[in-house]
Design a protein around this ligand. Structure first.
Ligand code: AP5
Ligand code: MG
Length: 207
């Protein structure tokens, strides 16, 4: 399975990617998670990304394309992958098309998770993640267990979320026609419980 999850900030890409990665036995490749790991490690890339991410801006295409290119060459990605949060610009989509062509593989599906903007703000600001496991929780919809070691993402403050949503509308929504043309785009209603969304997604991609 080679699949891309597209969707606005906090639409549920990470939540669904965690389920799909188990179901299909392929790795989840999240550029956001990779960049946050670089920020934590304090690498030069992490320091550059930190400022941009805290400002709700995208990291340069060349940086994320390089990260994904390296990651897709690793052995566990040879049998497939779930891409979460990449591509996000037309330049990234074109670089991915070229890379997959060089690797001699194609995409099975691009799944767009649709969630109205007013729900996205609440999903982002009340999100919490377990530092040790990476498990994603929500204080209202997916409450964490009492022993979870929670962190609140630096870019989940209301003002930053607004900027991230604007960046999505300005740069990432433009990818939909690109994938629609290729005939591999599937749209899934992202409103409902995470399980309901998974069921809708699976019915779209497994028939
Ligand atoms: P990234 O980490 O990719 O963030 P994002 O796209 O903004 O998406 P999120 O991770 O915020 O949301 P999600 O869709 O994964 O939702 P989740 O499942 O957590 O990127 C962060 C930053 O890194 C970017 O702003 C940019 O700076 C940089 N970056 C990353 N990739 C880049 C790229 N390719 N190019 C350039 N820059 C890049 O769910 C959200 C919340 O909702 C959780 O609390 C969850 O529990 C809850 N929830 C999930 N599903 C449901 C449901 N069905 N019902 C109720 N609650 C739900
Ligand atoms: Mg995510």
């Amino acid at each position: 399975m080679r699949l891309i999850l597209l969707g606005a900030p906090a639409s549920g890409k990470g939540t669904q990617a965690a389920v799909l990665t188990e179901k299909f036995g392929v790795p989840k490749i999240s550029t956001g998670d990779m960049l946050r790991a670089a920020v934590k490690a304090g690498t030069p890339l992490g320091r550059e990304a930190d400022t941009l991410m805290k400002g709700g801006k995208l990291v340069p295409d060349s940086v994320v394309i390089g990260l994904v290119e390296e990651r897709l060459k690793e052995s566990d990605a040879q049998k497939g992958f779930i891409l979460d949060g990449f591509p996000r610009t037309v330049a990234q989509a074109e670089a991915l098309d070229a890379l997959l062509k060089r690797l001699g593989v194609g995409l099975d599906f691009i799944v767009q998770i649709d969630v109205p903007r007013d729900l996205l703000m609440e999903r982002a600001t009340l999100r919490r993640t377990d530092k040790r496991t990476g498990q994603i929780y929500h204080l209202k919809y997916s409450p964490p267990p009492s022993d979870a070691d929670l962190e609140h993402r630096a870019d989940d403050q209301e003002e930053t979320v607004k900027k991230r949503l604007d960046a999505y509308d300005a740069q990432t929504a433009a990818l939909l026609p690109h994938y629609e043309q290729l005939g591999v785009l599937r749209r899934v209603d992202g409103v409902g419980s995470p399980k309901e969304v998974t069921t809708r997604m699976l019915s779209q991609i497994t028939g």
